[in-house]
Design a protein around this ligand. Structure first.
Ligand code: C2E
Ligand code: MN
Ligand code: MN
Length: 410
């Protein structure tokens, strides 16, 4: 099946005219032998390349391309199937964007199109992406993050005498995971993740209960989370807890009970953030809205959890603008490699900024993801890169730092 792939990347070193020709010559030979054709755009710093060919051949070729040290920040912009090749079947064409105006560059691309491909009729994503990158805003689209290899993590050990442990006889236990402002090296809050009496997952705990018991247990368990946070001396950090929307709607006096638990633990409502997700919030919008209003009135913060992962979608965000929006790991995983995810996350961060909402990146596991998200303006992070959840304890934290300081900073 004819497959299509567009990626962009950044040249590792200044390429001479001769260097470009060598690169192109070798690529043409290699690609021809496996039936891959397409177009290469180069503006002196960035490459944008369209590859068209058999699916298997493209997979293998893209693996090789990604490992080529002559460029870095290789980001896939599109992967699709097509009925025919858009560009001439013989070789890899080259459009040199240097010294050309945007219109000339676009004309050069369109001129190379095969006759069967009608650029005005086809609403073709491949063409749109190529023309966009050849246009005046093309370079800005490729503004890139730091290289992860220029960063490392330094460990901050867990506070002494607070190892992970089960609290015997306690029906609900909590694992704490920090949410951090990575550049300031501050923990802004600890998320309390529910565990069963034996340390089992929230799923295991809730699965053994009927829906009614589930919501009551969810609410009751929070007393133990607040007590734990209070006992562990989390200083200026806040405490985040998860609640099903139905635990707030369906359990009588839920918010008052929550406030009672908070004051009994010695915390203040303004130190607490409630994280919500799920469809129930949308199917019972009025009741849920009333609960949110009550939380707000008491000074408790609200976060939308798992944004982008199915249930917690745009309508939840449009209905109540929370203090925080936690972007789900499903859209952030390997974000440094994927142009579509990058476009979506940039738009989410922009929307948050316009609404005064703090975006939080969830489930960040690698320095690559961290570097990209930082460049996109994300300041708050949660994930294994920084710390794993620790049972009834404050975990050790890894802080990313640049290996060499940038000139001019101290
Ligand atoms: P969540 O609120 O999105 O919590 C984050 C989950 O992602 C946690 O799983 C955490 O251990 C995991 N996680 C954190 N960093 C990473 C990472 O870098 N990579 C990956 N792959 N995973 C990471 P956990 O503790 O199993 O909790 C799962 C879900 O259970 C939570 O997702 C939350 O929706 C729910 N939950 C937890 N505690 C409660 C609670 O008290 N009440 C209710 N209703 N739900 C809860
Ligand atoms: Mn959560
Ligand atoms: Mn989440």
């Amino acid at each position: 099946m004819l497959s299509t792939l567009v990626y962009r990347s950044r040249a590792s070193a200044q390429l001479t005219e001769e260097g470009i020709h060598q690169l192109l010559g070798a690529a043409r030979l290699r690609n021809k032998s496996i039936g891959v054709t397409g177009v290469l755009l180069f503006d002196g710093v960035h490459f944008v390349q369209l590859l068209e060919g058999p699916e298997r051949a493209l997979d293998g070729l893209f693996d090789t391309i990604r490992q080529d040290r002559r460029h870095h920040h290789v980001v896939q912009l599109l992967r699709d199937y097509a009925p025919l090749r858009r560009f001439d079947g013989d070789e890899m064409l080259m459009v040199d964007l240097r010294g050309h105006g945007a219109e000339e560059a676009s004309a050069a691309i369109l001129n190379q199109l095969k006759e069967q491909v009608d650029p005005t009729l086809s609403d073709d994503r491949v063409l749109k992406i190529l023309l966009l990158h050849a246009g005046p805003g093309g370079a800005a689209l490729m503004a890139e993050s730091d290289l992860a290899s220029e960063w490392r993590c330094v460990a901050q050990p867990a506070p002494a005498g607070t190892g992970e442990h089960l609290l015997p006889g306690q029906p609900y236990q909590f694992a704490l995971q920090p949410i951090v402002d990575a550049l300031r090296r501050e923990v802004t809050s600890f998320e309390c993740l529910l565990r069963s009496s034996t340390g089992g997952s929230p799923e295991q705990l809730f699965d053994s209960l009927t829906p009614e018991q589930r919501y009551v247990a969810d609410l009751e368990s929070k007393a133990f989370a607040f007590q734990l946070a209070s006992r562990l001396k989390i200083e200026d950090a806040k405490v985040s807890v998860n609640l099903f929307p139905m635990s707030l709607i369906g359990v009588p006096n839920a918010v008052d009970r929550l406030l009672g638990q908070i004051s009994a633990s010695g915390l203040r409502p303004s130190q607490v953030i409630v994280e919500v997700t799920e469809q129930e919030a949308i199917s019972r919008l009025d009741a849920f809205g009333a609960a949110i209003k009550q939380l707000r009135k008491a000074g408790i913060g609200v976060a939308i959890d798992d944004f982008g992962a199915g249930f917690a979608g745009l309508s939840l965000l449009a209905e109540f603008q929370p203090d925080k929006l936690k972007i789900d790991r499903k859209i952030l995983q390997n974000i440094h490699l994927d142009g579509s995810r990058q476009a979506i996350v940039r738009a989410i961060v922009q929307a948050c900024t316009a609404m005064g909402i703090t975006p939080v990146a969830e489930g960040v596991e690698t320095l690559e993801e961290f570097c990209w998200l930082s460049a996109a303006g994300v300041r708050r992070f949660q994930g294994y890169l920084f710390a794993r959840p620790a049972l009834n304890a404050i975990p050790a934290i890894s802080w990313p730092e640049r290996i060499r300081e940038l000139p001019g900073t101290s």
